[in-house]
Ligand binder design. Structure first.
Ligand SMILES: Cc1ncc(COP(=O)(O)O)c(C=O)c1O
Length: 357
């Protein structure tokens, strides 16, 4: 395997106290970097001090947005091991995003090794208290200094690390979600399945308007008919109707969430009926009217499980489970975070040990 050169920072920073962490504001001392050039492939794998870097004002990513990213987490367990959650699944999805954006495929084994080495070097930055984690952000940008639309010939890949605070520092809070009726996020055949900046840029106007109206996030409907449920801003969505757990099927326009996969596998393992299928927003509201909509929750790396307490659509506002966290949402949250934090046996092989503290 390619060697990974290491240049250590002269000065080390210190991990702030938990209450100062927040999300995505603080970065560790080092980053992993890899370059690409057509004809040469990916080369020059290295770990260097975290810091700003130069690119040309003509760098293609700044003009045409050919870029991808990932988001995953590492944890410190109660017995002081540092572990990552499903890193190879995240890195394989990174390659799927690369394919959609015409970015060359990457060597998952090299990225996995680079990531482990990076975390080992920066392990003092892994926060220890319950609910905190080290957020891992791999990304690729196209950097040819060229103004003109084409597939780039030069790329840079980075992995940066950010210690983050507990998502539920003051307990579970069911969120209020607006079903989006004016804007759409992604259309079939488009970029929806990729983790690429364009999808997030496309979501900003709708989420700003929703926030002004007092909602936390929007629930996207399909772009053709605005009839079928897709996903929430940064989460996949699940409905518990009677005893069935339903989540929209993967159709190319939603993200293939790793937490979504975990939820499906765990719920099936518990003997629950789980369906991945098209579900219309009409069906959701009808189930509520009939008293059959028991729970709604989102799934994603940041929150793991986020219970939905209210949904607003077509002039109607429905309250789910009395605006309380449902039994299944709570059980899934406890179980998956238990695996991540090393309190629950990892029977699915999702935990990857990096080092000890
Ligand atoms: C658009 C979107 N959908 C769903 C998810 C949830 O995916 P995961 O569970 O892999 O974090 C995310 C977060 O990564 C997202 O950005």
């Amino acid at each position: 395997m390619t060697d990974i050169a290491v240049t250590l920072a002269d000065k080390r920073g210190t991990l702030p106290s938990d209450d100062k962490l927040g999300f995505g504001k603080i970065f560790t001392d080092h980053m992993f970097v890899l370059d690409y050039e057509s004809g040469r492939g990916w080369y020059n794998a290295r770990i260097v001090p975290y810091g700003d870097f130069d690119i040309s004002p003509a760098a293609m990513v700044l003009h045409y947005g050919q870029a991808i990213f990932e988001g995953m987490k590492a944890f410190c367990t109660e017995d002081n091991r540092v572990t990552m959650y499903r890193p190879v699944d995240h890195l394989n999805r990174f390659n799927n995003s690369a394919d959609i954006l015409s970015i060359p495929q990457m060597d998952v084994k090299l990225l996995h090794a680079g990531l482990k080495k990076l975390i080992e070097i920066d392990k003092e930055w892994v926060p220890k208290s319950l609910g905190t984690s080290l957020y891992i952000r791999p990304f690729v940008i196209s950097v040819d200094p060229f103004v003109g639309v084409k597939v780039a010939d030069q790329y840079k890949l980075f992995i940066i690390l950010s210690p983050v605070g507990a998502y539920y520092a003051s307990g579970f809070k069911p969120v209020k979600i607006k079903v989006e009726e004016n804007y759409v996020r992604a259309v079939k055949g488009g970029l929806g399945e990729a983790k690429t900046p364009a999808n997030y840029a496309a979501s900003l106007k709708a989420s700003e308007e929703a926030k002004k109206e007092g909602f936390t996030q929007v629930l996207w409907l399909d772009a053709l008919e605005q009839k079928y449920v897709e996903e929430v801003g940064t989460m996949n969505i699940f409905f518990k109707i009677d005893d069935e757990i339903i989540t929209p099927e993967l159709n190319g326009s939603i993200l293939n969430g790793i937490t979504r996969r975990s939820v499906i596998q765990v719920a099936k393992d518990w003997g629950m009926k789980v369906s991945e299928r098209r579900i219309s927003i009409d069906e959701v509201f009808a189930a509520h009217a009939e008293g059959r909509l028991k729970e709604v929750f989102g799934s994603g790396t940041a929150a793991v499980i986020s219970p939905v307490g209210e949904l607003s659509w077509n002039g109607k506002n429905i309250v789910i489970n009395n605006n309380q966290t449902g039994e299944t949402s709570q059980k899934l949250f406890d179980y998956i975070t238990g695996i991540q934090q090393g309190r629950v046996a990892d029977k699915f092989g999702w935990v990857d040990e990096v080092t000890k503290l």
